[in-house]
Every structure is written in C-alpha cells, then in structure tokens.
Design a protein around this ligand. Structure first.
Ligand code: SF4
Length: 77
C-alpha cells in the first residue's frame, strides 16, 4: 500500500512567525496572515520548498497509508 503525504503541519513551539514559508510557496498554500493556516488542497505533494526554507524546521509532513494517518516520526539527536 502506498504511503503519501497528506498534509503539512507547522509545529507551534518551533515556529518563530517569520512567515518565511508564505512567500516561498508557489501555490499560496500557507495563508499570509497569522496564524498562517495551511490549505492542503493547494499543496503540491512532491514539493518541499517550505520545509527546506524554514530555519526552525517547524514544518513537517503528515503521511497517510491507505486511509490511515501515520504518526509523525520523532526526531532523535
Ligand atoms: S510543500 Fe510546496 S506547495 Fe506545499 S505548502 Fe510547501 S511550498 Fe507550498
């Protein structure tokens, strides 16, 4: 069964509200006013511009296997 990226989440404790993710997004998926909500219908699954642009690594993907959402992997180290 394929695993696909379902949506992105901005971690509230890591985000510093610099909104770097907003202008880098080619589709405007991050809304440009606080609290910078995310519109998953605009996100391109193969794109990761905002994940790579965030200096706080505050954005992460939530993946789905079939209909089941997978828990985010905890970072070690
Ligand atoms: S992954 Fe790409 S398309 Fe999706 S929200 Fe981030 S910058 Fe926009």
């Amino acid at each position: 069964m394929m695993i696909i990226r379902d949506h992105l989440v901005r971690h509230p404790d890591r985000c510093t509200h610099q909104a770097i993710c907003v202008p880098v997004c080619p589709t405007g998926a991050w809304l440009s006013t606080p609290p910078y909500k995310f519109d998953p219908s605009r996100c391109l699954e193969s794109c990761r511009l905002c994940l790579d642009a965030c200096p706080s690594q505050a954005i992460y993907g939530v993946f789905k296997k079939g209909e089941k959402l997978l828990e985010p992997q905890k970072k070690t180290g």
